[in-house]
Write a protein that binds this ligand. Structure first.
Ligand code: GCB
Length: 601
C-alpha cells in the first residue's frame, strides 16, 4: 500500500463514526433485482483487522459518544493515539464467512474491520449505490472516511447511496462487521447453527440513471381469472410520465401512467402457462422508464388452501420436501457460489422433492432463483427462533424489518409459496401477540403466498399428539416439528402415533429426523448408525400415512451442518448429524428411504 493510502486507511479506522448499541433501525434504501442492473462486483480479497477489543472505537483518551461519533471527531492528527491501520497480513475472501477461512477465527465472535480499495468511473447522470447481499450480523459502512450507515440482520440485503462520495481513484470502502450474538437480536443468543460471521454474500456497486425503476411486483391475479396484475414504482415521476411493461411471449407491451408518488398499477388480460414443479415456466418481463430498463424472469402461479389441502394452480398438491441450511457442500461454511446452490438443489431433486424448506433464515437470492428455475417450491423463513425476546419492542422491530426485507427482495419469485414467521416458539401471551402482528404484516406486504410457522406440539390423551397453539388460528398452513424416535419415544412406536388437528388447515411436518454418522453401521437400535436413522425415517413415514390433513413434509435435514451444540467426539465434532448426506457429500441410508417414499407418492 502506498503511503497516502495507508494514511487514509489509518485515519478512517481511527475516526470512523458509528452508532453504538442504539436501539435505532435505519430505514433502508431498496432497489428491486439488483443483479439485473449495471453492477461492478467488489468481491475478492479484502484486507481485515480483527478487533475483539473494539480498538477501532475505544482508545486511551476518547470514548465514543452515544451516537457513535468520537468526541473529537475533527481530530486532525490521530497518529499519536493508536497504531492501527489496514496494512495487515490478514485478508479474507468476500463473499465468505471468516470462521472457515482462518483457524484463529473458527470460534470468533466480535468485530472484524474489512477494507477494500477500488477505482470507479462514474457515468454522467447516474446514481451509484453500494449494495451488500448479506453481512452477519451488524454492518457499519464507511466510504472514503464518511459514514454511510448501519444494517442489522445477517441474511437480508441492504444498500447505501454513494453518488456524491465515490470518485475516480483511490476509493476506500470500510465495513465494520460484528457477529456478536445479542439477547435481543433476531436470532437471539441460542441457536442450533453456527454463527458464521463476515461479509457472507456479494458486495457490488450498482448504478442506475437518475430516473429509474425502483421496485415492481408482477403476479397472477388471485381474484380475476386470466389476469396478470401488479405495480411498478419509479424514483420520481413528473406529470404525464409513463412506464412501459413488455412480456414478449405473451404479446404484452403496454405503458401506464404514473401517479405523483411514481407508482403505476396494472391489470392485463393474459393467459400464461402456469409455473409448477413439473413445468417451471418463467417469462421474460421488462420494464422501461426513460433510459432505464430492467429485465426479470417471472413465473405465474396460484397457491391457496381449501380446507386441509394445499392447492397449486387449483389442484391439490403434496409438498415433498427437505429442509436445507445455507451450508456449502464439501468445503463447509456458508454457501457462496451458484455451483454450491445447484449441488444442494440437485440433491433435493434426486430425492424426488418438489419442495424445499430454506431454514432458518432467508437464503441468498441466487438460491431462491435457482430453486424456482428447477421447479422447487420454497418455504422461506426469518430467524424468529426459539426464545427471542417477545416482550421487547426493539426485537419486534428487528423481526419486522427482516420479514420486510425478505419479502421485498423475493416477492416476484413464483417458486416461493410459503413465508414462515417462526420456528418452535414457546406459547405465551407476548409471543402470540408478537407473531400475530408479524403475520398481519406479512399479509399486508404480500397476499400472493401462504403464511406458516413451525409449531411445537404436545401429547394428549391415549398417546394422541395434539396441535394446540393459538398461532394455528392465524397461519394458513401449520408446520410441526416432531422428533419421534430421536428426542422422544422408541423408534417403533412412531408408526402408531395419531394426530389431532382441530384447525381444519393443512399441516406440513416441517421437521423429523435422527442423527447418523455417515459410514457408521450397526443395528437399528444403535444410535448414530445409519441404520438407526433409517429406522426413524421408516417409522415416521408410516406415521405420516395416518395424517389425512398432511399437506407436505420437509424432514430435517439434507446435509450435516455445523452447530455449536454438537460436541460428541468421534461422531459430531461440531456437526449436527441429522443430514441425509454428510458434509462431504456422501449419502446415508435414509436418503434412499425418503427417496423411495417420494417416488411412490
Ligand atoms: C429443531 C430445530 C432445528 C434443530 C433440530 C435438531 O427442532 O428447529 O433448528 O437443528 O431441531 O437437530 O435438534
Amino acid at each position: 500500500m502506498n503511503n497516502l493510502k495507508l494514511k487514509k486507511a489509518l485515519l478512517v479506522f481511527l475516526l470512523l463514526p458509528a452508532y453504538m448499541g442504539t436501539a435505532q433501525i435505519e430505514e433502508g434504501l431498496f432497489l428491486q433485482n439488483v443483479n439485473a442492473r449495471k453492477v461492478e462486483k467488489l468481491d475478492g480479497l479484502w484486507q481485515v483487522i480483527v478487533d475483539p477489543l473494539e480498538n477501532g472505537y475505544y482508545n486511551h483518551r476518547y470514548q465514543p459518544r452515544d451516537d457513535g461519533y468520537f468526541k473529537n471527531s475533527k481530530m486532525k492528527s490521530p497518529s499519536d493515539l493508536i497504531e492501527y491501520d489496514f496494512d495487515t497480513d490478514l485478508e479474507l475472501m468476500v463473499p465468505g464467512d471468516w470462521n472457515t477461512q482462518s483457524d484463529k477465527l473458527y470460534y470468533y465472535e466480535g468485530t472484524v474491520w474489512y477494507k477494500r480499495d477500488f477505482d470507479y468511473l462514474p457515468e454522467e447522470g447516474q446514481r451509484v449505490y453500494v449494495h451488500f447481499a448479506g453481512v452477519n450480523y451488524e454492518a457499519r459502512v464507511y466510504l472514503n472516511g464518511e459514514y454511510l450507515g448501519k444494517h442489522t440482520g445477517g441474511f437480508t440485503s441492504f444498500m447505501f447511496e454513494i453518488t456524491d462520495i465515490v470518485r475516480e481513484k483511490d476509493n476506500f470502502l470500510v465495513v465494520k462487521v460484528d457477529n456478536t450474538r445479542k439477547r435481543e437480536g433476531i436470532p437471539t443468543v441460542n441457536t442450533d447453527w453456527w454463527n458464521y460471521g463476515g461479509i457472507t454474500r456479494s458486495v457490488q456497486l450498482v448504478s442506475v440513471p437518475r430516473k429509474h425503476i425502483v421496485d415492481y411486483n408482477v403476479s397472477l391475479s388471485k381474484v380475476s381469472k386470466g389476469t396478470i396484475e401488479g405495480w411498478v414504482k419509479v424514483s420520481s415521476a413528473g406529470e404525464e410520465e409513463r412506464v412501459k411493461l413488455t412480456i414478449p411471449e405473451l404479446s404484452i407491451s403496454q405503458s401506464f401512467a404514473l401517479n405523483s408518488q411514481g407508482v403505476a398499477q396494472f391489470r392485463i388480460k393474459a393467459d400464461p402457462r402456469l409455473w409448477s414443479p413439473s413445468y417451471p415456466k418463467r417469462y421474460e418481463v421488462q420494464f422501461t422508464f426513460f433510459s432505464d430498463s430492467i429485465e426479470d424472469q417471472i413465473g405465474f402461479r396460484k397457491i391457496e388452501t381449501r380446507g386441509d389441502k394445499i392447492l397449486l394452480n387449483g389442484k391439490e398438491i403434496f409438498l415433498k420436501g427437505i429442509s436445507i441450511h445455507e451450508e456449502a457442500p464439501f468445503k463447509t461454511g456458508r454457501v457462496t457460489s451458484r455451483e454450491e446452490c445447484i449441488t444442494l438443489l440437485n440433491w433435493a431433486k434426486e430425492l424426488g422433492c418438489n419442495f424445499i424448506r430454506l431454514a432458518h433464515y432467508p437464503h441468498s437470492e441466487q438460491m431462491v432463483q435457482e430453486a424456482e428455475r428447477m421447479g422447487l417450491m420454497v418455504w422461506s423463513e426469518i430467524p424468529v427462533y426459539w426464545t427471542i425476546q417477545y416482550d421487547n419492542k426493539y426485537t419486534y422491530t428487528l423481526a419486522e424489518q427482516q420479514l420486510t426485507e425478505m419479502i421485498s427482495r423475493d416477492r416476484n419469485r413464483a417458486g416461493i409459496v410459503l413465508w414462515s414467521i417462526a420456528n418452535e416458539t414457546p406459547v405465551s401471551f407476548m409471543r402470540n401477540d408478537f407473531l400475530k402482528k408479524l403475520a398481519k404484516k406479512a399479509r399486508e406486504l404480500d397476499d400472493g403466498r401462504l403464511i406458516t410457522a413451525a409449531l411445537d406440539t404436545h401429547s394428549g390423551d391415549q398417546g394422541v399428539r395434539v396441535i394446540d397453539d393459538p398461532l394455528g388460528e392465524i397461519v394458513d398452513v401449520i408446520g410441526i416439528n416432531n422428533y419421534c424416535g430421536w428426542y422422544s419415544q422408541e423408534t417403533k412406536s412412531c408408526a402408531a402415533i395419531r394426530w389431532k388437528n382441530s384447525y381444519g388447515k393443512p399441516v406440513i411436518v416441517s421437521e423429523f429426523g435422527a442423527g447418523a454418522l455417515q459410514g457408521y453401521h450397526g443395528n437399528a437400535n444403535e444410535r448414530w448408525t445409519e441404520e438407526y436413522q433409517d429406522a426413524v425415517y421408516n417409522y415416521n413415514i408410516e406415521m405420516l400415512k395416518n395424517m389425512d390433513f398432511l399437506g407436505g413434509v420437509s424432514p430435517w435435514i439434507l446435509m450435516d451442518f455445523r452447530s455449536p451444540r454438537r460436541h460428541l467426539k468421534k461422531i459430531q465434532k461440531d456437526f449436527n448429524r441429522k443430514g441425509l448426506i454428510s458434509e462431504q457429500g456422501r449419502k446415508k441410508k435414509a436418503f434412499y428411504t425418503l427417496q423411495s417414499y417420494y417416488n411412490k407418492g
